[in-house]
Design a protein around this ligand. Sequence first.
Ligand code: SF4
Ligand code: SF4
Length: 437
Amino acid sequence: MSTGRVLPVDMDELAACVSCGLCLAHCPTFRVTGEESRSPRGRIAAMRAVEADGMAGPAFREMIDTCVGCRACESACPSSVPFGHLLEASRRTLAERGVPWWQRLAYRALGHHRLLVSLSRLGAVGQRTGLLPARLGARLGLPSLPLRQAALEPTGDDVWLFTGCVMDAWQRSVHRDAMAVLASMGVGVALPGPQAACCGALQSHAGLHRQAVRLARRVIAAFPGSAPVLVDSAGCGAALKEYGYLLDSGEGERFAARVFDIQEWIAAHADRLPPPVPGWVPLRVALQDPCHLRHAQRAERHVGTVLRPYAVLVELTDEGRCCGAGGAYSVMQPELAGRIRGQKMEVIAAAQADVVASPNPGCALWLAAAGARVMHPMEIVARAAGLGPSPRQELSQNSREGEGGGSSLTNRSHRGEGTSRRLLPPGNSFATAPQEA
Ligand code: SF4
Ligand code: SF4
């Protein structure tokens, strides 16, 4: 990569935009504001101006901070402008000029899994005792946090499962369902040690390049051998697949080639998926394409392949538009994120589905907080195929769901009721269903 005067961008990539504007209609921040300064074209023009005059002032920071980083503009661009690279370079420059201490601390904590789990437990206690106000929890996008979770046990060495930071601390049950589905296909799963605590995606999006590189090196070391590395979080999967670019090394490229979104990998072995349990009534499932699966990994179609034996699939009519979650975006830019989510919720409501399938925890929590019933595709397959939680796991689940505020990924009324029932009464769309407490 050649380094410009201010932004560490490839100047050819920056010059590739021909200002045609074809990306504008696909940009969520332009769609809700109508402002050029909130569009990809406007942001690229600002990057060029920064390169030209050497100034990256507050107006530039505002333009970059308000970008969700969804990369829908990249998919839409006929000139193949790699907006994600330009955005990360801009954020890197801005981060070098100052990131609030509390943000640095929060991003650093993600790389220390025991600390994260302990903080999560404290939060769970706070939710149950009322010490953590529900409003603050909602502002931070917190689900009902688990008090305790049973440890995952490896089952073999055919594939690795990347467990990550927030997902493992808050939603380990999704990993458990993913492992159950893989076991039913005859696939043994190896688990990484604590050094694979975090993929570095949020740090990278925040411009904290050195932190992201350090985490990436730790992750690569935690997955020795050549077995595929499966990821059940679209955001983490996108980050792991870009380690070649992040590290600018052959080692990063080789590792990235082993990484698969879990639906992507299972779709290639779909003939081994278990049948639904007798009496299973196929759910009407709306497919939510996380931007990091659709635009970064270009792997969104596999979710439908995996769910088809168990569900009536409903395509949303917005061509995979962003929901506004954007990693930490919904916390940092709640007003814009809320307006983007509002548009998404209208499309979801029109789909009249029983449940929304989202393979990204950030999107799932963000949509659930607005009242949508959301499940991870692996949760749906596990329930449909009768691979639900064992009583011990159910106990852990109950302790997580019994009290506290925030939103849940799943419809609690379904848990423990057997797998041959619909998640909702027939004809009752999630859009009209009462919101989980
Ligand atoms: S990444 Fe998303 S929000 Fe940012 S400019 Fe591109 S389309 Fe707009
Ligand atoms: S980023 Fe691509 S689509 Fe958008 S204005 Fe530039 S060339 Fe056109």
